[in-house]
Design a protein around this ligand. Sequence first.
Ligand code: FAD
Ligand code: EPU
Length: 339
Amino acid sequence: MLQIQENVSLKNFNTFGIDASAKYFVEINREEELTELFMDPQWLQVERLVLGGGSNVLFVKNFDGLVIRMNIRGIEHRINHEEVFVEAGAGEVWNDLVNYCVDRQYAGIENLSLIPGSVGASPIQNIGAYGVELKDVFRSCRAFEIATGEFKNFTKEDCCFGYRDSVFKNELKNKYIILSVKFRLSLIPNINLKYGAIEQELANRNISEPTIKDVSRVVSHIRVSKLPDPSTIGNAGSFFKNPVISSEQFQQLQSKFPEVVNYPAGDGLVKLAAGWLIEQCGWKGKVVGHTGTWKNQALVLVNHGGATGEEVYSLSSQIIDSVYTKFGVSLKREVNVIS
Ligand code: FAD
Ligand code: EPU
C-alpha cells in the first residue's frame, strides 16, 4: 500500500538545502506503484513535481501539491561483442552507475563522474561535463505517461537533446515520469580528453596512457577543486546556462572585451562562459545575506546557511541584470525554479 505523507519538509531532498515543504509526498519504489497512485483521480488534479536527488531545483516557496520521489533501483547489463547495453532504474544514484561501469571497464560515461543526482533526471537536461553529454551514450528510456497511465519508450531522436535541453523540458514538460534509462557503452574505450584540464591533470600525474578509471579519477579531482560539496554548502551546480550567441554579436562583444572566454558552438554560434561574465561584474565569491556565489566558480550560487529560495532567486535576478547591463547578454537559469 502506498504511503502518502502530508506536510513533509523538503530540506533534505534538495541540495540547496532550502527549507520548503511539500503538501503531499510519496516515494515510488516500483513501476506498478505509479499505476496504483494515479488510480485515485485526486492525484491527477493536484500540481505534481517529480524529484530525484533534488540537485537541480530551487524551491522559492512551499510546494502546494504532490512530490513524487523516484526511488526505483536496479542496474542490468548485456554485452554484445564490444558493445555493452546498461539499463538503470530512475532512482539509482548517477555516480553509482558511473562507478559500476568504470569498475567493469564499460566505457563512455567516465567523463560524467561525480555529477550529483539520479539516473532518471539525467535525460531531462541532457547532463554534460568535461566534453561528454548524456546524448553521446543514451540509447533509450522508459517512461510513464501521467495522463493515460501508459508506458512508453523514447529513443534518442524522440528526446530532442540539446545543450542542457530535451523534449522533457519543452513539449513534454511534466507529462512523463522516467522509470529507467538504457545506455550504449563500449568495451573498447575511446578516451575523451577534449577538455584541456583533464590532459593537464593527467600530465601532473605522469599518466600518458590513461584508462577510463584514470579519467574518472581526474574528472572527480577537478570537480572537487572547483565546485562546492552540497553536503556542506547548499548549491545546485551551475545556476545559469552558458549563453549561446550569434557570431555577429560575439564579434561586437569581443571588440569591446577582447578577453571574453568563448567556445565555438557550431552553425555560426558562439558559447560564452557565464562564469567569466559573472566574475567580470564583480560577483565572484560575494556574500549577499545568506546566499552568494562560490569563491572558485562564479556560476554556482550557494546557500551559506538559512537562505530562503526567494533570496537565492533574487540574487540570480540581480546577476542577470548586471550581466545584461555590462555585456548585453541575457543569462538563462539552468536550475529548475519551483514557484
Ligand atoms: P532533480 O533536481 O531531482 O530534478 C531535476 C529536474 O528533473 C526536475 O525538473 C524534476 O522534476 C525532473 N526529474 C527528476 N527525476 C525525474 C524523473 N524520473 N522523471 C521525470 N522527471 C524527473 N549537471 C550537469 O549537467 N553537469 C554537471 O557537471 C553538473 N554538476 C553539478 C554539480 C553540483 C555540485 C550540483 C549540485 C549539481 C550539478 N549538476 C550538473 C546538476 C544536476 O546534478 C543534474 O541536473 C542532475 O541530473 C539532477 O538530478 P536530480 O536527480 O538531482 O534531479
Ligand atoms: N570562468 C571564470 N570565472 C569563474 C568561472 C569560470 O572566468 O568564476 C571561466 C574560466 O575561463 C573557465 C571557463 O569559464 O576556464 C569555464 O569554466 P568551467 O570549466 O568551470 O566550466 P563552466 O562552463 O563554468 C560547464 C558546465 C558545468 C560542467 C563544466 C565542465 C554549464 C552551465 N556548466 O561549466 O556543469 O561541470 O562545464 O564541463 O554548462 C552544471 O550544469 O551544474 C555544471 C556544473
